[in-house]
Ligand binder design. Structure first.
Ligand code: ADP
Ligand code: MG
Length: 399
């Protein structure tokens, strides 16, 4: 789960991390009030969306010469103008895709006199089973580009969670950033605080870009992105409460309400499968047959009629779907119950695209009979290969 920059900064501040003062705003009036509470003379108005690259982003409604989603404002009138420009409009950045994201919240924050911009991030590195702390002197820009063209400017420090954050980790961060004296000490302290926050909050990723050195010699977190391990959210109700569903794919939000694992993909064949392994095999075999899956969808072990209906609706809400492949193994669930669910769901949603169903497992004959007698144009399949061939052929025929 991702959260907004201002929320992440509020969380980090509780761990002692230095962030510029700022306030969130939902309206133009609130943005001006937020600025009044800051000392000035420089304010920064920042669009709050779950995507980076806002500074260089463009608003769809404002034309190519308008400023982006991070703006320096010198007066309260400028703050007002920037808030009017941003709220309700669509910001397109390198991370949003062409559709962009509507800006519904702003963060009005202190303008900082920047001397240097650095990069620092932490993530769970699956390869080593440890936390990787990544630092670079090349902050503020696209870190993928830095990694590609000047990889020597990126330092990775690995922290063993059993050992925890040791003083040498902090010294390595300060050294990699080339910092002396007071700043060197600050970097050691800051990286320790960030690690503590990362562990305490069960983060998946914490990125600070840029981490800045101010002209008066302080290290401050100027921009941050934070994401959390969804499986650990139950331990952090305060973090879970920060979820902003307007930033997420509506179909994925609906799927999570029914406890379905759903991820939208780019293809045209909707898949409804139980078990993640079977779902992946199904997607692979669709590709082997020359088509592409429109989604990953795992209905789980105990697929009820209600769940199957919700799954059908979610798949069909994607206009790209031209056919559906149901591939279910009846282990704990019996095939006849699943068949009942499929028939009921197909009737309820007024199925408008070809549907191929492959059932296997307990009571499979009974299940097939139910499908055959349903009066619906359901195409039965015998095995995975057969199922994939049939749905790809059906979709081609219908096109
Ligand atoms: P994004 O990464 O989404 O473009 P950032 O918050 O990193 O957004 O802002 C982009 C750039 O704007 C920063 O690299 C920095 O140079 C400048 N900036 C952002 N916040 C401030 C601030 N509070 N004071 C001064 N400059 C800022
Ligand atoms: Mg940034």
């Amino acid at each position: 789960m991702n959260i907004h920059e201002y929320q992440a900064k509020e969380l980090l501040a509780k761990f002692g991390v230095g962030v510029p003062a700022g306030h969130a705003a939902l309206t133009v009036e609130e943005a001006v009030e937020a600025a009044k509470k800051l000392p000035g003379p420089l304010y920064v108005v920042k669009a709050q969306i779950h995507a980076g690259g806002r500074g260089k982003g463009k608003f769809k409604e404002l034309g190519p010469d308008a400023k982006g989603g991070v703006r320096l404002a010198k007066t309260l009138d400028d703050v007002k103008q920037d808030a009017e420009d941003m709220l309700g409009n669509t910001l397109v950045t390198v991370q949003t895709g062409d559709a962009g994201k509507q800006v519904n919240r702003l963060y009005v924050t202190d303008g900082v006199d920047i001397a240097e911009e650095y990069y620092l991030s932490m993530l769970v590195d699956r390869a080593t089973g440890r936390v990787a702390l990544i630092v670079s002197t090349e902050g503020g820009m696209d870190i993928e580009e830095v990694a590609h063209s000047t990889p020597e400017k990126i330092t990775t420090i690995t922290i063993d969670p059993a050992e925890g954050f040791m003083p040498h980790h902090g010294r390595a961060v300060a050294f990699a950033l080339n910092l002396d004296g007071e700043l060197n000490k600050q970097a050691q302290k800051l990286s320790k605080q960030l690690y503590e926050a990362f562990m305490a909050l069960d983060c998946e990723m914490l990125e600070i870009n840029p981490l800045v050195e101010t002209k008066d010699g302080n290290l401050l977190v100027l921009d941050t992105k934070m994401s959390f391990d969804g499986n650990a959210l139950f331990r952090h109700p305060d973090v879970a409460a920060l979820r902003d569903e307007t930033e997420e794919d509506p179909a994925e939000v609906e799927a999570s309400e029914y406890d379905l694992a759903y991820i939208k993909l780019d293809g045209n064949i909707g898949c409804m499968v139980n078990g993640a392994g079977l779902a992946m095999a199904t997607m692979d075999i669709i590709k082997l047959n020359g088509a592409f899956p429109a989604n990953f969808l795992d209905v789980g072990g105990g697929a009820t009629t209600e769940k199957v209906t919700a799954a059908f609706k979610i798949i069909l809400s994607d206009p790209a779907v031209e056919g559906i492949l149901v591939n279910i193994f009846g282990g704990i669930m019996k095939c006849d119950i699943i068949a009942d669910g499929i028939v009921a769901a197909a009737k309820e949603v007024n199925l408008s695209v070809p549907l191929v169903v492959r059932l296997e497992g307990t009571n499979v004959e009974k299940g097939k009979e139910i499908l055959a007698n349903s009066g619906l144009p359901i195409v039965p399949a015998d095995d995975l290969g057969d199922a994939a061939k049939k749905i790809v052929a059906q979709v081609k025929e219908a096109a």
